[in-house]
Design a protein around this ligand. Structure first.
Ligand code: NAP
Length: 194
């Protein structure tokens, strides 16, 4: 399975490193010319291939969105059709929103199989994963399985919390946002909220 990470800021290179360490081929993209992120990539995620966002996505099976929410609208939606898309984004700064980010992502990226996860862990706490529980939410069971397997292989303990709408339970303000918990506590949390 080929991974594309969109975003070469704080989160993107960490996810790329974890995926590389687990043996996945990884491409990484910023918003512009891949030459601009060549040095960052060599330094922070050696082995990842810097590409343009469209080239990275075209060749990938699983795409991780690790870009600021206010930039989401700059992505060309058509290129995600048929892809498993991990939404690691948050509304930032946090504010009351009628929909979670992933519901908005799924509405815009028609044909993509969107799964929300990784958004509730600070980038500096993602390594080493050490079996830390990570919640995931998705409407497409097959995509949730694919992403669960990805998360397990990179070192997390995936805990499904329900459909994309339940992904709001993973957003800023949630008791699990930014807090390291193991599976039993996470499952207890999910049960209490559902
Ligand atoms: N920071 C955390 O601890 C943390 C933890 C969990 C989740 N998150 C979420 O993860 C996302 C990324 O956070 P971050 O802290 O990594 O942000 P960041 O450090 O500001 O990095 C953002 C990256 O996204 C790239 N980007 C912007 N528009 C793009 C586009 N259209 N295509 C490809 N790449 C694009 C930027 O590239 P350019 O420089 O070329 O514009 C930059 O490399 C946010 O939604 C955030 O809420 C953050």
């Amino acid at each position: 399975m080929k991974i594309a990470v969109l975003g070469a800021g704080h989160v993107g290179p960490v996810v790329a490193r974890l995926a590389l360490a687990a043996g996945y081929p990884v491409a990484i993209a910023g918003s512009g010319d891949p030459a601009r992120i060549a040095m960052i990539t060599e330094f922070l995620a050696p082995g990842a291939v810097p590409l343009s966002a469209s080239d990275a996505v075209a060749d990938a099976d699983l795409v991780v969105l690790a870009i600021p929410w206010h930039r989401f609208g700059t992505l060309e939606p058509g290129m995600f059709a048929g892809k498993v898309v991990v939404d690691a984004m948050n509304h930032w700064p946090p504010a009351a929103q009628p929909l979670g980010t992933s519901e908005e992502v799924a509405a815009r990226l028609v044909g993509a199989h969107v799964v929300k996860t990784l958004n509730h862990i600070a980038y500096q706490d993602m390594e080493p994963p050490n079996g830390r529980a990570v919640g995931l939410a998705g409407d497409d069971a097959a995509a949730v399985d694919v992403v669960s397997e990805f998360l397990r292989r990179i070192g997390f303990e995936p805990v499904p919390v329900g459909p994309l709408a339940a992904g709001r339970l993973l957003e800023p303000g949630s008791p699990v946002f930014g807090v390291a918990v193991r599976r039993p506590e996470f499952e207890q949390f999910a049960k209490e909220q559902s």
